[in-house]
Design a protein around this ligand. Structure first.
Ligand code: NAD
Ligand code: MG
Length: 383
């Protein structure tokens, strides 16, 4: 029996993790979770279980929910998040939070010797050096919950040497068939309409700008200790080949599957074993064709920025990530247009000054620098 904590249980990955756990009551038990404010999203789960530690954002919510769900213990705020992430009885922490806010609880869980199943890619982008050093020092495992990186783990599961390159596939997101000049006036609901995946809002927007693929390139660098010139991206519209590894002998191993995140979520929890998962089988005859195209770095400038940022290994990836989080948040709140996201973030990336990144405080400062640049740009028009 594996005892599991889910941070961000009310989100897209969090709810699918609860689904996976519920399918295997003999293997997995949820002992704690966090939801920010949407307790309603997990009320069925709370009603049919007891003894959980549940973190919410506000102390007033924690008090009210303690009355409604007397069989659970409610904690709140950042301290509550750390408490849940380091619960004594937990073996594995699934981090399904969105954004850099997931970094501190991840590090706290690692220091408490918990294994990590990480969906929260922003943590590795902003602080990969610190997180991977902590993983090594504490002897814990860190498994990705990202379809591409899970695919690579699976491709490397029988042989993980003599790697020539990693090939990450990219769907291209909501606007893959639009030129840059056709993006003026696209709406929030157009941007949230991903062709293959149903996901949280932030990652869906990141997919449309392809910043998501940029974040994933940096994530791959840290997870697989691979230089950036050995990490390639290709467009694959169908999201069936989740990623590939080319070896020195030019053999290529790929992992395929229907686009359903429960597959990588379950694999992150069951690794190195595989458990049954009652989903429809992949029907390649029905899919008919799998297509592959080069990515256009001019059309998707944030992918280029991510490569440049990652390669330097200083604080620029954290700053770029912070700027992007702020710009996406502004777009989601209707403050800027879709085309402003990559225009502003690329401008921020070129304009900021950078320094070394050695500590969590360095990452926090860089994140704040990126956010401040975008906030000022939105308020003042120029920086
Ligand atoms: P989501 O928006 O659906 O859920 C995010 C969760 O984080 C929610 O539970 C929310 O309450 C919580 N949260 C957000 N801000 C918080 C804060 N300040 N304090 C505490 N809790 C907070 O997002 P998602 O799509 O589930 O994505 C989660 C992570 O997984 C992201 O890093 C994303 O890039 C990654 N990911 C998602 C998918 C997917 O299919 N959804 C696939 C691959 C990777
Ligand atoms: Mg992905």
């Amino acid at each position: 029996m594996k005892n599991i904590v889910i941070l961000g249980a009310s989100g897209s990955i969090g709810l699918q993790t609860l689904d996976v756990i519920t399918r295997h009551p003999d293997k997995f038990r949820c002992v704690g979770l966090s939801v920010k404010s949407r307790v309603d999203a997990i009320s069925d789960f709370l009603n049919s279980n007891s003894g959980l530690v549940v973190c919410v954002e506000k102390s007033s919510d924690a008090k009210n929910y303690s009355i409604a769900f007397t069989q659970h213990r409610f904690v709140w705020g950042e301290d509550g998040l750390i408490e849940v992430a380091t619960l004594k009885e937990a073996d594995t922490v699934v981090n399904a939070l969105v954004g850099f806010v997931g970094c501190k609880p991840t590090l706290a869980a690692i220091e408490a010797k918990k294994d990590i199943a990480l969906a929260n890619k922003e943590t590795l982008v902003a602080a990969g050096k610190i997180v991977m050093a902590a993983v090594k020092r504490n002897g814990v495992s860190l498994m990705p919950i990202d379809s591409e990186h899970s695919a690579i783990v699976q491709c490397l599961s029988t042989h993980n040497k003599s790697i020539k390159r990693l090939i990450l596939t990219a769907s291209g997101g909501s606007f893959r068939d639009k030129k840059r000049s056709e993006l003026n006036g696209v709406t929030l609901s157009d941007a949230l309409n991903h062709p293959n995946w149903s996901m949280g809002a932030k990652i869906t927007i990141d997919s449309a700008t392809m910043m998501n693929k940029g974040l994933e390139v940096i994530e791959a660098r840290w997870l697989f200790d691979m230089p950036f010139d050995q990490i390639d991206v290709i467009m694959h519209r169908q999201s069936i080949v989740h990623s590939m590894v080319e070896f020195e002998d030019r053999a290529v191993i790929a992992q395929l599957g229907t686009p359903d995140m429960r597959i990588p979520i379950q694999y992150a929890l069951s690794h190195p074993n595989r458990l049954a998962l009652d989903l429809p089988s992949l029907d390649l005859v029905k899919a008919q064709s799998l297509t592959f195209e080069p990515v256009d770095f001019e059309r998707f400038p944030l992918l280029k920025c991510a490569y440049l940022a990652g390669k330097r290994e200083d604080n620029r990836a954290a700053a770029l990530n912070g700027a992007n989080e702020e710009a996406v948040s502004a777009f989601l709140r209707g403050k800027i247009a879709f085309v402003d996201i990559d225009t502003f973030v690329a401008e921020a990336f070129e304009s900021m000054s950078y320094s070394e990144l050695n500590t969590l405080e360095d990452a926090i400062a860089a994140d704040q620098m990126g956010r401040a640049w975008i906030k000022k740009k939105i308020l003042g028009g120029n920086v």
